[in-house]
Design a binder for this molecule. Structure first.
Ligand code: GDP
Length: 443
C-alpha cells in the first residue's frame, strides 16, 4: 500500500487529523477510558483507494512540547519526521493556522520539499470559511499546495478527504488486490534471536508463491514478505526486524520493543516465537506483558519441539501455560519448523482469531447476557456500595470492546471485571481474541 506520512511540528493537530482521516475506515473512539490507544499506523480507506497513514505525532511527545523548544527536542522531532518522510511515498504537511508561520515550519517545509516527494499542506485550526483566506495567506510563501481545515471542528474535511484521495490516486501505485486474490492477514513475527522466526516463516510459506520482498520507501528497514496460500494473500510485516534483531545486543532491547509495538499494531495477528529449550526469557516476558496490556491479538509458538523428548512436551507446555496466565485466552502452539510439525495450524488459527476480533454483537443479546451474568453473581460491595450496572454496548473498535455503564465505575473490582470478561467470552464464543471491558459511570 502507498504510505502517506503526516508531518509537522508538535501541537499543530496531527493526531486529531490522523483520527479524522482514519475514522471511516477503522474507527477509533476517544474520550473513553481504557479504549484509546496510541495509534501510529492506520490503514485508510477512501472509496476505492487504500493507503497507510503514518502519524509522527505520537512519536515526538507532542503533549510535552512547549513553545520554547530546546535544541535537542527540535532535533528529535526532526529525527522522527525524517524517518517518516523517508519511508513515505507522499507527505501531508500540517501547520497551525492560529499560530501562523513559524521558523520551525519553514525549516520543516524546506526539508519536506527536498525529499522530492509529493506534498500537500494542510493549514489546521481554521474554523470556517470566513477565516480561511486570512489564516492561510502567509503560508502561501512556502510554495506548497495548501488547503484550510479544522480537524477538531470538521471544517472543510470533505474537501480535504477528497483531495487526499486524489493525492493518493496520483501516486499511481499498483493496487494490491485487484486480481481476485482475497486479502489475507497481516502478521507480525516477534521473539528472541534464534528462536526460529525465520525458519517458521519459511516453513509456512513452503512451496507456496512468494510474491514480493518489498522494500518500503528508501529504507531497508521494513521489509514485508507477502505470499499466497489457498488463494489468499498474507503478509509478514517488517521481516527486516526479524533478521536485524538477531544481530543486536541487549542494550538495544528497548528499541525492539518499540518496534514490536509499531508492527503489532500495524498487523492483524502477532506471533511470538519461543525456543522450547530456553523457555520464557526476560524479553519474552516483557513482550507478553506488553501484548497483554495493549490487547494485541497474538499466538505463542513454542518452537524446536523436536529437541525435547516426546514424553516431556506436556510438562513443557504446562510451564508455558503458567507463564501466560495473565492471558489465558492466548493459544500456545508447539511446532518444529525443521520437521514441519504444527506449522499448518498457524494461519487457520490466526484467521479464526481475526474473525473473533471482528465479531459484532447486537445490544439485545449483550444486555440479556449482562442480566444473566449479574444474576449468577452480583458484583461485590465496595465502600459500602454495590456497583449497579445499567446496560452494556459494544464500542466500534478493532477488538471486541464492551462498555458497561454503571452508577460508579470506581466501585467495580478487578476481579469482577475479569469475571465479566470470562462470562462474556463464554456466552459470545470469543475464545482466543483479546477482549476489552470498560466501565463508565452514568446517571
Ligand atoms: P530467528 O533468529 O528467530 O529468525 O531464528 P532462525 O529461524 O534463524 O533459527 C535459528 C536457529 O534455530 C537455526 O539454526 C535454525 O536452523 C534452528 N531452528 C529453527 N527452528 C528449529 C526447529 O524447529 N528445530 C530445531 N532443532 N532447530 C530449529
Amino acid at each position: 500500500l502507498p504510505i502517506v506520512a503526516l508531518v509537522g511540528r508538535p501541537n499543530v493537530g496531527k493526531s486529531t487529523l490522523f483520527n479524522r482521516l482514519l475514522r471511516k475506515s477503522r474507527s477509533i473512539t476517544h474520550d473513553m477510558p481504557g479504549v484509546t490507544r496510541d495509534r501510529i499506523y492506520g490503514e485508510c480507506r477512501m472509496g476505492d483507494v487504500r493507503f497507510d497513514l503514518v502519524d509522527t505525532g505520537g512519536m515526538c511527545l507532542e503533549s510535552e512540547a512547549t513553545p520554547e523548544l530546546s535544541k535537542d527536542f527540535e532535533d528529535e522531532i526532526f529525527e522522527q519526521a525524517r524517518e517518516a518522510i523517508e519511508e513515505a511515498h507522499a507527505i501531508i504537511f500540517v501547520v497551525d493556522g492560529k499560530e501562523g508561520l513559524t521558523p520551525l515550519d519553514e525549516q520543516a517545509a524546506e526539508y519536506v520539499r527536498r525529499s522530492g516527494k509529493p506534498v500537500l499542506m494542510l493549514v489546521n485550526k481554521v474554523d470556517g470559511d470566513e477565516f480561511a483566506a486570512e489564516m492561510t495567506a502567509e503560508f502561501h510563501s512556502l510554495g506548497l499546495e495548501l488547503l484550510p481545515v479544522s480537524a477538531a471542528h470538521g471544517y472543510n474535511l470533505p474537501d480535504v478527504r477528497d483531495r487526499v484521495r486524489r493525492f493518493v490516486v496520483d501516486l499511481d501505485m499498483p493496487a494490491d488486490e485487484d486480481d481476485g486474490v482475497e486479502r489475507g492477514l497481516k502478521l507480525t513475527m516477534l521473539g528472541r534471536p534464534n528462536a526460529g522466526k525465520s525458519s517458521i516463516i519459511n516453513a509456512i510459506i513452503g512451496k507456496d508463491r512468494l510474491i514480493v520482498s518489498d522494500v518500503a520507501g528508501t529504507t531497508r528497514d521494513s521489509i514485508d514478505v507477502t505470499f499466497e496460500k489457498k488463494n489468499k494473500r498474507y503478509t509478514f510485516v517488517d521481516t527486516a526486524g526479524v533478521r536485524r534483531r538477531a544481530n543486536i545486543q541487549d542494550h538495544l532491547e528497548k528499541i525492539s520493543v518499540i518496534r514490536a509495538l509499531k508492527n503489532s499494531k500495524r498487523s492483524d495477528v502477532t506471533i511470538l516465537t519461543i525456543d522450547i529449550t530456553l523457555g520464557v526469557g526476560r524479553q519474552d516476558k516483557r513482550l507478553i506483558e506488553f501484548l497483554a496490556r495493549e490487547k494485541v491479538p497474538f499466538i505463542v509458538v513454542v518452537n524446536k519441539a523436536d529437541l525435547v523428548p516426546r514424553n516431556e512436551t506436556n510438562q513443557a507446555l504446562e510451564a508455558f501455560r503458567r507463564e501466560l496466565r495473565i492471558v489465558p485466552h492466548v493459544p500456545i502452539v508447539m511446532t518444529s519448523a525443521h520437521k514441519g510439525v504444527g506449522i499448518g495450524k498457524l494461519l487457520p488459527m490466526a484467521e479464526a482469531m481475526r474473525q473473533e476480533c471482528e465479531i459484532r454483537i447486537g445490544t439485545g443479546l449483550l444486555n440479556r447476557s449482562l442480566q444473566a451474568v449479574l444474576e449468577r453473581q452480583q458484583p461485590p460491595v465496595v465502600k459500602r456500595r454495590r456497583p449497579k450496572f445499567f446496560y452494556v454496548t459494544q464500542a466500534d473498535e478493532d477488538i471486541p470492546t464492551f462498555v458497561f455503564f454503571c452508577n460508579d465505575h470506581t466501585l467495580v473490582k478487578q476481579s469482577y471485571a475479569r469475571y465479566l470478561e470470562n462470562q462474556f467470552r463464554k456466552m459470545l464464543g470469543i475464545k482466543t481474541a483479546p477482549v476489552n471491558v470498560v466501565f463508565r459511570s452514568s446517571h
